[in-house]
Design a protein around this ligand. Structure first.
Ligand SMILES: *Cc1c(COP(=O)(O)O)cnc(C)c1O
Length: 465
């Protein structure tokens, strides 16, 4: 399997190379050159597989011969050991033909664990094999940092430095990062805001000269192909649990960077009968405007009750555009370059391609809170604010009532207590038992000024691996 850039000007890579790479040199994102396609019969034969056995089926063709099958199987079997539910991704029914897929049973209570638990293991495996060691740097405003830290805490060949804005992430989110005391985990609280953290990480990737020569710098942000790949699995898993592939299903996906729902699109292209994919956004609704009325213009960032979906542009959308522009890298490159500086629209055929499978809906904070309250009232099931946006979008723009609508539940409600309290829930939602000691555990982090020199000195002085 080869991976090519959406902008058409970078050499193709194999899986191992793409695993260690972020953006392509031409500014594009890597996508598989071809997708494996499965018949209904083949997909039906996977019914009843455990989550990790199914994951192996889906993931293996993408990894191809870069990792021997037995080794890959062992890595995948190990990936989901820290998930608390025997089904790994349980379905909960809210109403007739309405379901949520709980993707928050992993160590940090958000769906990002599905990708980052696998990514950490894959990276450590290929690094060990080639006697290489790397530094991961990332900036986080919440969910990604903790999932990356949990994914890498047992990796011998990785030092991970996560920058978060000092005193500007929630206590649960901070503690999920800072109570992981492994020697290769380095939490830095920067006296600045999230953008300052992100700028320093970007600058580090642009000029890596601060690092010792034997260290490569690796990103684990949502454009990493391996993260997308891991997310394809649960679309198949959910469908098979509800009578697929014979019976089509629909998905509503709380969306920010478009990584999660892009994996659903790939599942559909691989042969899974998906009737509809709904892009559910909060007030940061560039994707909703684009998909519903071809308005692909940037609006300023708004802070909402669903912070993990607060984005101005969604980087992974370019991967869908690449297909909708008939894989014409030059056309995508031209569109994305113009998008930087002017208002653009998609060409008609691209827009209608998208609308064939996708719908979208925007849910503001007020309606998010009302949805949490309504669903709790009807079912005593407490939604986190991101998932609530998905549920509401599913109700508003579903095409067919006789097809199961599955909303991806992307986070546990205890991660975002403010929304629950606003919805009238009588107390802060409880953390699951296994995390009950989060507020007692020792924390470790280093506070640094908003100064890239200080950050680089800290990184170099603390490399352990
Ligand atoms: C990251 C995240 C999202 C958005 O996912 P994308 O892949 O960026 O679209 C939604 N909900 C939660 C809770 C998240 O952490």
């Amino acid at each position: 399997m080869k991976y090519i850039s959406t902008r058409g000007k970078s050499p193709a890579l194999n899986f191992e190379e793409v695993l260690l790479t972020g953006l392509a040199p031409d500014g594009g994102l890597y996508v598989p050159e071809t997708l494996p396609k499965y018949s209904q019969q083949e997909i039906a034969s996977w019914a009843g597989l455990s989550y990790s056995d199914l994951a192996f089926k889906i993931v293996q063709p993408f990894v191809d011969d870069t990792i021997p099958a037995d080794d890959l199987k062992a890595l995948i079997d190990d990936t989901y050991v820290d998930f608390r539910h025997p089904s790994i991704a349980p379905l909960v029914q809210l109403d007739k033909n309405e379901w949520v897929l709980e993707l928050f049973q992993g160590p940090t209570l958000a769906f990002k664990d599905f990708a980052l638990q696998l990514l950490g293991r894959l990276l450590d495996y290929v690094l060990e094999r080639s006697h290489r060691k790397v530094v991961i740097m990332g900036a986080t405003s919440g969910d990604t940092g903790s999932a990356a830290i949990q994914g890498c805490k047992r990796c011998k060949n990785i030092d991970i430095f996560i920058l978060h804005p000092f005193q500007r992430v929630s206590e649960v989110q901070r503690r999920q990062m800072t109570t992981v005391l492994a020697d290769n985990i380095h939490n830095v609280a920067v006296k600045g805001n999230f953008d300052d953290c992100q700028s320093m990480v970007k600058a580090s990737f642009n000029d890596k000269s601060f690092l010792p020569e034997d260290r490569q710098l690796v990103a684990v942000n949502s454009i990493n192909w391996a993260r997308i790949m891991a997310q394809i699995v649960y679309y198949f898993y959910a469908s098979l649990s509800l009578g697929g592939p014979l019976r089509p299903v629909a998905f509503s996906v709380p969306t920010g960077n478009f990584g999660d729902i892009y994996a659903g699109y790939l599942a559909s292209k691989m042969g899974l009968p998906i009737d509809q994919l709904i892009v559910a956004t909060n007030t940061n609704d560039i994707l909703h405007r684009c998909i519903s009325r071809n308005d692909f213009t940037k609006h300023p960032l708004v802070h909402t009750l669903s912070p993990s979906m607060d984005i101005v542009v969604s980087s992974n959308f370019e991967r869908l555009l690449f297909d909708c522009y008939d894989r014409d890298g030059a056309a995508v490159s031209d569109l994305m370059t113009r998008f930087q500086s002017e208002d653009v629209v998609l060409k008609d055929s691209a827009f209608s391609n998208i609308q064939a499978l996708f719908d979208s809906y925007q849910v503001d904070d007020e309606r998010t809170v009302e949805t949490i309250a309504e669903v709790y009232e009807a079912t005593e099931y407490l939604l986190d604010p991101h998932t609530a946006i998905g549920v509401e979008a599913g109700r508003k723009v579903r095409r067919r009532d006789d097809i199961p609508m599955i909303t991806l539940a992307t986070a546990h409600p205890a991660k975002f207590p403010e929304a629950a309290l606003k919805a009238g829930y009588p107390r802060e939602p409880e953390l699951p038992h296994h995390m009950a000691d989060l507020f007692q555990n020792e924390e470790r982090f280093t506070v640094l000024d908003n100064d890239i020199g200080q950050v680089h000195d800290f990184v170099v002085a603390n490399i352990t691996a």
